[in-house]
Ligand binder design. Structure first.
Ligand SMILES: Nc1ncnc2c1ncn2[C@@H]1O[C@H](COP(=O)(O)OP(=O)(O)O)[C@@H](O)[C@H]1O
Ligand SMILES: [Mg+2]
Length: 214
Protein backbone atom coordinates (compact mmCIF):
# COMPACT_ATOMS: atom_id res chain seq x y z
CA UNK A 1 0.00 0.00 0.00
CA UNK A 2 1.13 3.53 -0.82
CA UNK A 3 0.29 6.02 1.86
CA UNK A 4 0.64 9.79 2.02
CA UNK A 5 -0.24 11.83 5.10
CA UNK A 6 -0.55 15.58 5.55
CA UNK A 7 1.73 16.49 2.67
CA UNK A 8 2.42 20.21 2.18
CA UNK A 9 4.35 22.04 -0.50
CA UNK A 10 4.59 25.81 -0.85
CA UNK A 11 6.60 27.52 -3.57
CA UNK A 12 8.20 30.72 -2.28
CA UNK A 13 8.25 33.24 -5.08
CA UNK A 14 9.17 36.92 -5.23
CA UNK A 15 5.53 37.87 -5.76
CA UNK A 16 4.38 35.78 -2.79
CA UNK A 17 3.87 32.20 -1.69
CA UNK A 18 2.03 29.60 -3.75
CA UNK A 19 0.59 26.77 -1.68
CA UNK A 20 0.56 23.97 -4.26
CA UNK A 21 -0.22 21.11 -1.85
CA UNK A 22 -2.12 21.67 1.36
CA UNK A 23 -2.57 18.78 3.78
CA UNK A 24 -2.80 16.07 1.11
CA UNK A 25 -3.48 12.56 2.41
CA UNK A 26 -4.20 9.48 0.30
CA UNK A 27 -3.93 5.72 0.25
CA UNK A 28 -3.44 3.59 -2.84
CA UNK A 29 -4.10 -0.10 -2.47
CA UNK A 30 -2.08 -2.73 -4.34
CA UNK A 31 -3.44 -3.25 -7.82
CA UNK A 32 -5.70 -0.22 -7.78
CA UNK A 33 -6.02 2.83 -10.01
CA UNK A 34 -6.11 6.22 -8.30
CA UNK A 35 -7.20 9.27 -10.27
CA UNK A 36 -6.18 12.84 -9.42
CA UNK A 37 -8.43 15.50 -10.86
CA UNK A 38 -8.47 19.26 -10.50
CA UNK A 39 -8.27 22.51 -12.45
CA UNK A 40 -5.10 23.65 -14.13
CA UNK A 41 -2.81 24.90 -11.37
CA UNK A 42 -4.52 22.80 -8.70
CA UNK A 43 -1.27 20.98 -7.87
CA UNK A 44 -1.61 17.66 -9.73
CA UNK A 45 1.87 17.75 -11.27
CA UNK A 46 3.37 18.95 -8.01
CA UNK A 47 1.84 15.96 -6.22
CA UNK A 48 3.33 13.54 -8.76
CA UNK A 49 6.74 15.26 -8.56
CA UNK A 50 6.63 15.20 -4.76
CA UNK A 51 5.84 11.48 -4.68
CA UNK A 52 9.12 10.65 -6.38
CA UNK A 53 11.04 13.45 -4.64
CA UNK A 54 11.76 15.35 -7.86
CA UNK A 55 10.23 18.09 -5.75
CA UNK A 56 10.65 17.77 -1.99
CA UNK A 57 7.52 18.45 0.07
CA UNK A 58 7.88 20.83 3.05
CA UNK A 59 6.20 18.53 5.54
CA UNK A 60 4.17 15.35 5.89
CA UNK A 61 4.94 11.65 5.60
CA UNK A 62 4.84 9.13 2.76
CA UNK A 63 5.36 5.42 2.27
CA UNK A 64 6.14 4.61 -1.34
CA UNK A 65 8.55 2.74 -3.62
CA UNK A 66 9.15 -0.11 -1.18
CA UNK A 67 10.69 2.14 1.47
CA UNK A 68 9.77 2.60 5.11
CA UNK A 69 7.86 5.74 5.97
CA UNK A 70 9.63 8.90 4.80
CA UNK A 71 9.18 11.98 6.95
CA UNK A 72 9.45 15.42 5.36
CA UNK A 73 10.67 18.21 7.56
CA UNK A 74 11.54 21.73 6.44
CA UNK A 75 11.78 20.56 2.85
CA UNK A 76 14.06 17.61 3.55
CA UNK A 77 13.32 13.87 3.44
CA UNK A 78 14.19 11.69 6.45
CA UNK A 79 14.22 7.92 6.76
CA UNK A 80 14.27 6.49 10.28
CA UNK A 81 15.31 9.87 11.62
CA UNK A 82 18.24 10.26 9.22
CA UNK A 83 18.45 12.55 6.21
CA UNK A 84 17.94 10.42 3.07
CA UNK A 85 21.11 10.08 1.03
CA UNK A 86 21.17 10.87 -2.71
CA UNK A 87 21.60 7.16 -3.26
CA UNK A 88 18.47 6.32 -1.27
CA UNK A 89 16.55 8.98 -3.18
CA UNK A 90 17.68 7.47 -6.48
CA UNK A 91 16.71 4.04 -5.25
CA UNK A 92 13.27 5.37 -4.35
CA UNK A 93 12.88 6.81 -7.87
CA UNK A 94 13.85 3.46 -9.37
CA UNK A 95 10.93 1.93 -7.48
CA UNK A 96 8.54 4.36 -9.16
CA UNK A 97 7.66 4.28 -12.87
CA UNK A 98 6.84 7.65 -14.46
CA UNK A 99 4.80 8.46 -17.55
CA UNK A 100 4.65 12.05 -18.85
CA UNK A 101 2.55 14.05 -21.29
CA UNK A 102 5.47 14.55 -23.70
CA UNK A 103 6.84 11.01 -23.37
CA UNK A 104 10.39 12.19 -22.47
CA UNK A 105 12.07 9.66 -24.74
CA UNK A 106 15.71 9.92 -25.80
CA UNK A 107 15.41 10.99 -29.45
CA UNK A 108 18.87 9.77 -30.42
CA UNK A 109 18.32 6.31 -28.96
CA UNK A 110 16.37 3.44 -30.45
CA UNK A 111 13.25 2.01 -28.86
CA UNK A 112 15.43 -0.80 -27.49
CA UNK A 113 17.88 1.61 -25.86
CA UNK A 114 15.12 3.80 -24.45
CA UNK A 115 13.53 0.85 -22.68
CA UNK A 116 16.87 -0.67 -21.65
CA UNK A 117 18.03 2.62 -20.11
CA UNK A 118 16.54 2.14 -16.60
CA UNK A 119 17.97 -1.40 -16.53
CA UNK A 120 21.53 -0.22 -17.08
CA UNK A 121 22.63 -0.08 -13.46
CA UNK A 122 20.52 -2.88 -12.05
CA UNK A 123 23.15 -5.60 -12.35
CA UNK A 124 21.39 -7.44 -15.17
CA UNK A 125 23.43 -9.08 -17.92
CA UNK A 126 23.14 -7.98 -21.55
CA UNK A 127 21.11 -11.10 -22.32
CA UNK A 128 18.77 -10.50 -19.38
CA UNK A 129 18.23 -6.91 -20.50
CA UNK A 130 17.49 -8.03 -24.04
CA UNK A 131 14.94 -10.55 -22.84
CA UNK A 132 13.29 -8.02 -20.57
CA UNK A 133 13.03 -5.39 -23.32
CA UNK A 134 11.48 -7.93 -25.69
CA UNK A 135 9.01 -9.01 -23.01
CA UNK A 136 8.04 -5.37 -22.40
CA UNK A 137 7.65 -4.63 -26.10
CA UNK A 138 5.32 -7.61 -26.43
CA UNK A 139 3.35 -6.32 -23.43
CA UNK A 140 2.78 -2.90 -25.05
CA UNK A 141 2.29 -4.34 -28.56
CA UNK A 142 5.37 -2.89 -30.26
CA UNK A 143 7.52 -5.94 -30.91
CA UNK A 144 8.28 -4.88 -34.49
CA UNK A 145 9.57 -1.42 -33.46
CA UNK A 146 12.58 -2.52 -31.45
CA UNK A 147 15.22 -0.89 -33.68
CA UNK A 148 13.26 2.20 -34.62
CA UNK A 149 13.92 5.79 -33.39
CA UNK A 150 11.20 7.79 -31.57
CA UNK A 151 10.83 10.21 -34.52
CA UNK A 152 9.57 7.28 -36.59
CA UNK A 153 6.71 6.58 -34.18
CA UNK A 154 3.23 8.06 -33.73
CA UNK A 155 2.35 9.80 -30.46
CA UNK A 156 0.48 6.78 -29.19
CA UNK A 157 3.41 4.49 -30.05
CA UNK A 158 5.84 6.86 -28.28
CA UNK A 159 3.68 6.69 -25.18
CA UNK A 160 3.72 2.87 -25.40
CA UNK A 161 7.52 2.97 -25.42
CA UNK A 162 7.45 5.33 -22.43
CA UNK A 163 5.11 2.95 -20.59
CA UNK A 164 7.41 0.00 -21.34
CA UNK A 165 10.37 2.03 -20.03
CA UNK A 166 8.42 3.00 -16.90
CA UNK A 167 7.71 -0.67 -16.22
CA UNK A 168 11.19 -1.95 -17.08
CA UNK A 169 12.63 -2.16 -13.56
CA UNK A 170 9.46 -3.62 -11.99
CA UNK A 171 8.34 -0.47 -10.20
CA UNK A 172 6.20 -0.68 -7.08
CA UNK A 173 3.90 2.00 -8.49
CA UNK A 174 3.29 3.78 -11.79
CA UNK A 175 2.75 7.56 -11.75
CA UNK A 176 1.20 9.17 -14.77
CA UNK A 177 0.98 12.93 -15.30
CA UNK A 178 -1.38 13.77 -18.17
CA UNK A 179 -0.25 10.73 -20.14
CA UNK A 180 -2.89 11.18 -22.81
CA UNK A 181 -3.11 14.98 -22.98
CA UNK A 182 -0.93 15.23 -26.11
CA UNK A 183 -2.70 12.42 -27.95
CA UNK A 184 -5.59 12.34 -30.42
CA UNK A 185 -8.83 10.63 -29.32
CA UNK A 186 -8.00 7.26 -30.89
CA UNK A 187 -4.52 7.10 -29.36
CA UNK A 188 -5.99 8.26 -26.03
CA UNK A 189 -8.47 5.42 -26.15
CA UNK A 190 -5.78 2.84 -26.90
CA UNK A 191 -3.38 4.10 -24.20
CA UNK A 192 -6.19 4.05 -21.63
CA UNK A 193 -7.11 0.49 -22.46
CA UNK A 194 -3.41 -0.50 -22.41
CA UNK A 195 -2.96 1.00 -18.93
CA UNK A 196 -6.09 -0.73 -17.72
CA UNK A 197 -4.92 -4.03 -19.22
CA UNK A 198 -1.45 -3.67 -17.67
CA UNK A 199 -2.98 -2.82 -14.31
CA UNK A 200 -5.00 -6.02 -14.45
CA UNK A 201 -2.09 -8.16 -15.66
CA UNK A 202 0.71 -6.82 -13.47
CA UNK A 203 -1.22 -5.42 -10.51
CA UNK A 204 1.11 -2.41 -10.36
CA UNK A 205 -0.91 0.38 -8.71
CA UNK A 206 -1.37 3.46 -10.88
CA UNK A 207 -1.75 7.06 -9.79
CA UNK A 208 -2.85 9.17 -12.68
CA UNK A 209 -3.61 12.85 -13.21
CA UNK A 210 -6.59 13.54 -15.40
CA UNK A 211 -7.48 11.18 -18.13
CA UNK A 212 -10.85 9.85 -19.12
CA UNK A 213 -11.39 6.54 -17.42
CA UNK A 214 -14.11 4.01 -18.06
N1 LIG B 1 8.65 24.91 -9.73
C1 LIG B 1 7.68 25.76 -9.40
N2 LIG B 1 8.00 26.99 -8.91
C2 LIG B 1 7.03 27.84 -8.52
N3 LIG B 1 5.72 27.58 -8.59
C3 LIG B 1 5.33 26.39 -9.08
C4 LIG B 1 6.29 25.42 -9.50
N4 LIG B 1 5.63 24.32 -9.93
C5 LIG B 1 4.32 24.59 -9.79
N5 LIG B 1 4.13 25.84 -9.27
C6 LIG B 1 2.83 26.44 -8.93
O1 LIG B 1 2.13 25.53 -8.10
C7 LIG B 1 0.75 25.47 -8.47
C8 LIG B 1 0.40 24.05 -8.88
O2 LIG B 1 1.01 23.74 -10.12
P1 LIG B 1 0.92 22.32 -10.82
O3 LIG B 1 1.23 21.29 -9.83
O4 LIG B 1 1.73 22.36 -12.06
O5 LIG B 1 -0.64 22.22 -11.18
P2 LIG B 1 -1.43 21.26 -12.20
O6 LIG B 1 -0.51 20.18 -12.62
O7 LIG B 1 -2.61 20.78 -11.41
O8 LIG B 1 -1.86 22.13 -13.33
C9 LIG B 1 0.56 26.49 -9.57
O9 LIG B 1 0.12 27.68 -8.99
C10 LIG B 1 1.95 26.64 -10.14
O10 LIG B 1 2.13 27.92 -10.71
MG1 LIG C 1 0.07 19.53 -14.45
Amino acid sequence: MIEVNHLNKTFRLKGGDVAALRDVSLQIREGSVYGVIGYSGAGKSTLVRCLNLLEVPDSGTMTIGGFDEITLREGKPYLQGKLMTARQQNQLRRGIGMIFQHFNLLDRSTVFDNIAYPLKYTGRSRAQIENRVKELLALVGLTDKIDVYPSQLSGGQKQRVAIARALAADPKILLSDEATSALDPDATESILSLLKDLNRKLGTPLLSSPMRWR
